[in-house]
Design a protein around this ligand. Structure first.
Ligand SMILES: C[S@@+](CC[C@H](N)C(=O)[O-])C[C@H]1O[C@@H](n2cnc3c(N)ncnc32)[C@H](O)[C@@H]1O
Length: 300
């Protein structure tokens, strides 16, 4: 079965009504969820979505785990990081460029076929001083691998905590849109988190932000970690402990559909928020509206 992405020729809007007949019955397919590691899952994501022979940049290279299972010679590769951990990827014989910010890339407009983005995904890696960065003491290897290891200075008006995570994804996504060719693919990795006791669905934030930039959300993969994560100093558990992350695949292509649904808050939500908590109005849809296939209906 042929499932390797080919260099993009699609410049027309996607026609969702076209169906291809024929093909073979098989279970030998790439699945949307797996238990395992980044190297294994990234190899499958790349096989399906990165065109052989294409120009592909990994702009948050880290230690290059993503590339461990990618055969040499498949892509014309560019590796960079704001704080490179290694100088070279010896498997692919490619230098890792240091001090390159994924929000301001040294590429011309519309040059790349693929871009890989995996910035620090935890608010704990965006603290104002290094003492409070996540991954101190025995976890310093984690911090070294997953962040620049630098504090994020508190600038007036700049986003903080989890909003700083989202902000980096948004700015890097905007830059990715600039440097990708029409039809080009952005693969990004993220993990949802509970920040300041609030559930923050990073993958939803990214999908809505990137779709508003003009990307089509082409695919979504769920990676479940093989080991069981613990919680230090648990008093009462409020949220499920995350043991999964996402690979999201976006394409710079004209498309007509969107996963973003904007609605007015339901009348019930407005009534309840005016009689109880005014801040509820800031969270439209919070538990008051359900969606069905045919229509959007208020919840009973
Ligand atoms: C989660 S790690 C990437 C791991 C990588 N995918 C791998 O396979 O090893 C995040 C990386 O993003 C880098 N980083 C943080 N902020 C950055 C920025 N503004 N521009 C480029 N790289 C950045 C960090 O230095 C770190 O190496």
């Amino acid at each position: 079965m042929n499932r390797q992405a080919t260099l993009f020729t699609i410049l027309e809007p996607i026609n969702l009504e076209k169906r291809v007949q024929g093909g073979e019955a098989t279970t030998d397919v790439i699945l949307s969820a797996a238990v395992g590691g980044n190297a294994e899952m990234f190899a499958e994501v790349a096989e399906l979505h990165l065109p052989i022979g294409g120009h592909v940049a990994d702009v948050t290279y880290g230690k290059g785990v993503f590339w461990q299972n990618i055969p040499k010679g498949h892509y014309s590769l560019q590796f960079s990081d704001i704080d490179a951990k290694v100088a070279r990827d010896f498997n692919h014989d490619v230098a890792v460029r240091n001090n390159i910010d994924c929000r301001q890339l040294p590429f011309e407009n519309s040059w790349l076929d693929g871009l890989v983005l995996d910035p620090p995904y935890m608010e704990g890696l965006f603290r104002r001083d290094t003492e409070h960065l996540a991954g101190s003491g025995t976890h310093s290897a984690f911090r070294d691998s997953y962040s620049s290891g630098q504090a994020t200075p508190a600038l007036e008006g700049e986003p903080k905590w989890h909003d700083a995570v989202t902000d980096l994804y948004i700015k890097a996504g905007r830059e990715a849109y600039r440097v990708l060719k029409p039809g080009g693919v952005l693969i990004t990795k993220c993990q949802d988190e509970v920040s300041a006791n609030q559930q923050r669905l990073t993958h939803v934030e990214i999908i809505s932000a990137y779709e508003s930039l003009g990307f089509y959300t082409k695919d979504l993969f769920v990676l479940v970690r093989p080991n069981r994560p613990g919680i230090s100093r648990l008093k009462t558990q409020i949220h499920a402990r995350k043991n999964h992350s996402h690979f999201l695949v976006f394409q710079k292509i004209k498309h007509k559909i969107s996963n973003i649904i904007h609605l007015e808050p339901s009348p019930l939500a407005i009534m309840e928020s005016s009689s109880t908590n005014k801040s509820l109005l800031k969270i439209p849809l919070a538990g008051f509206v359900t969606l069905t296939n045919e229509a959007i209906k208020p919840a009973c």
